[in-house]
Design a protein around this ligand. Structure first.
Ligand SMILES: [Fe+2]
Length: 596
């Protein structure tokens, strides 16, 4: 039984394949076509998934599409009658999805009628909910999806019991925590799709000075419900404007905050203006308001479902700062967040919704690691390395595993910036030890060095640590697993000076806990780093430089060559750049921030 999940014509296009109830592969199109947040039809991702199971498209039994244009039709029609542009947009979407069989056939160069798969339309939030609950380790759980907007809802919740989820409620357009967060992200001067996490990092620098005003913008109005103060926003009158730049299919979001919001909070920051303490305080107020609403919602969900476990998905589930507070603010004891909690995860969710909700099959899969993307053989990696053999500026060694681990740990301990490329690439936006840039977390200057040399991003954004599962409670005040970097916990006060580089200004860190079973090689590396330095922690940031995370070994090598990385570990090869050949550093990192 082959089920292909396809998130198409939507930001974070992706594909996933489930065979006999088990996930075999999943990948975002951006990793393959190298366009960040790529939308469109993810034909390369679909082909990759099919290749992983050795099947042709014509052999697929079910194709699961996480979009149901007819969902909440009455609500849609009500708004469409008031907003002609919105009505046209809906029509375009319906037409696009109606022609999907033909589009897929066209992309694969086959006749539409040769696709024998049954097509299923899975409502957006049902797919989000399935993306987390159906692959979680829980037999039963409360499940919550919250994002900007999908199929005209911004949140939906359910209780999962065995293979089934029972939907309990939703929050519909125009009320949306995701739109609230994106609108304020724009107001603070960050306009790119996906910039919300930057503002989450900025919030730690401020105080929630404007919280009273923010409580008028968003509030939990009764149990399991929240409302926006609509006059602060524009989407309810103009429609949720989302388009795709034709040139590269990158998503573009229209302005979401109103002039009334500017009247209340002052003029919006322009992207090139310095960030001031007022902006920090706006960000802190926004984060505090979001956390208040989420805490009310989590608690109401716990009361209603009487569950001890919670599964989260949707873009809001990437708010690791809020997630880290669930244990303190609610009775939930265990929380699972799928690594691709955003819309990329919809392909996995749609496939599992078909498997369990439609086909009624039992659960037999847990996603306990994130390595579902492309991997390359030792000979492919060797071929890649051979292309630079003989160049004067790089020393190349091929090492056995133990020597590789000792050498890599020594480079990290010596303060080198090291690209670490191993195995299959990660599912979701976080590098989790297979496509990572690693550095020594004990050096306070490492964050600035990484920014100057490689990442070139805003200096207020924290870098994250990876730590062995066994050492988590020694360094952090909470030890609940965070295998996908979706929780921020307080670093123990006495350890903040031990790992200053990934410790954020508020004393927290967005950690990845690494278990021996989820990524044995990375776990062994952390253990070796611990043996050499006494600290089984590395600073782990994604292997890229303002591009999608590298997928192929050639992309890793290219990133190594064009940045000021010291060492590249590519499979069993160590490529070390001779120091005299390093390029000069860029003089400044990212935008003017007003932060030292
Ligand atoms: Fe979504």
């Amino acid at each position: 039984m082959i089920i292909l999940g396809v998130n198409a014509y939507h930001a974070n296009a992706s594909a996933a394949i489930v065979v006999d109830g088990r996930l075999i592969a999943a990948v975002e199109e951006e990793r393959l076509n190298r366009v960040k947040y790529a939308a469109g039809l993810p034909a390369r991702a679909m082909q990759f998934c099919l290749d992983q199971v050795g099947a042709k498209l014509t052999e697929v039994d079910h194709i699961a599409i996480p979009r149901a244009p007819r969902a909440r039709l009455a609500t849609k029609l009500r708004f469409a009658s008031r907003m002609p542009r919105f009505a046209l947009d809906r029509l375009r979407v319906m037409k696009r999805f109606a022609g999907m069989r033909e589009d897929i056939a066209g992309a694969f160069g086959i006749a539409p009628e040769s696709i024998r798969a049954q097509f299923h339309r899975i409502e957006h939030h049902t797919a989000h909910l399935a993306s987390t609950y159906c692959v979680s380790p829980f037999e039963q759980a409360a499940v919550l999806s919250a994002d900007g907007l999908g199929d005209f809802a911004s949140a939906m919740w359910a209780v999962g019991e065995g293979p089934r989820m029972r939907m309990l409620g939703d929050v519909r357009f125009p009320h949306s925590l995701g739109i609230f967060y994106t609108a304020l992200t724009q107001y603070i001067g960050f306009w790119k799709f996906g910039d919300e996490y930057k503002v989450m990092g900025l919030a730690a620098y401020g105080q929630p000075e404007f919280l009273d005003e923010f409580r008028k913008m968003v509030r939990a109005d009764k149990p399991l419900s929240f409302k926006l103060g609509l006059k602060y926003f524009t989407h309810q009158s103009q429609g949720p404007e989302m388009s795709w730049r034709e040139a590269d299919r990158t998503p573009v979001q229209g302005r979401l905050f109103s002039s009334y919001l500017e009247k209340r909070l002052g003029p919006a920051r322009k992207a090139d203006e310095p960030l001031t303490s007022r902006h920090h305080n706006v960000a802190a107020s926004m984060q505090a308001a979001l956390e208040e609403v989420l805490a009310a919602h989590w608690n109401a969900l716990c009361d209603t479902t009487k569950q001890k476990a919670l599964c989260l998905a949707g873009g809001i589930a990437f708010n690791c700062v809020a997630n880290g507070k669930i244990f303190a603010l609610t009775p939930f004891e265990r929380v699972y967040v799928q690594p691709a909690a955003g819309d990329a995860g919809l392909s996995v969710g749609a496939a599992f919704a078909v498997n369990h909700q439609i086909l009624g099959r039992p659960r037999e899969f847990t996603m306990d690691h994130a390595y579902w993307g492309p991997s390359f053989s030792a000979s492919e990696i060797r071929r890649c390395v051979e292309t630079v053999r003989g160049e004067d500026d790089v020393r190349i060694e091929e090492l056995d595993e133990q020597t590789l681990l000792e050498t890599t740990a020594r480079h990290i301990a010596d303060g080198k910036i090291l690209g670490w490329y191993q195995g299959a690439s990660e599912w979701g936006p976080r590098a989790l030890g297979n496509r990572s840039i690693l550095a020594d977390p004990r050096r306070p200057e490492m964050k600035d060095i990484l920014n100057r040399r490689i990442k070139h991003r805003e200096i207020f954004r924290p870098f994250a640590p990876s730590i062995t599962e066994e050492a988590t409670s020694e360094f952090f005040e909470k030890s609940h697993p965070s295998p996908f970097m979706t929780f921020a916990y307080a670093v123990r006060a006495e350890k903040r000076d031990v790992i200053p580089a990934p410790t954020h200004v508020d004393g927290t860190a967005r950690l990845q806990t690494v278990s021996r079973t989820s990524n044995p090689l990375y776990w062994k590396l952390l253990r070796e780093v611990g043996r050499q330095t006494g600290v089984p922690v590395v600073l782990n940031t994604s292997f890229n430089d303002n591009e999608p995370i590298v997928s192929r070994p050639e992309e890793a090598l290219n990133c190594f060559q064009r940045t000021r990385m010291d060492v590249l570990v590519l499979g069993n090869f160590v490529l070390e750049r001779k120091p005299a050949t390093l390029k000069p550093e860029r003089s400044e990192a990212g935008v003017a921030t007003g932060l030292k």
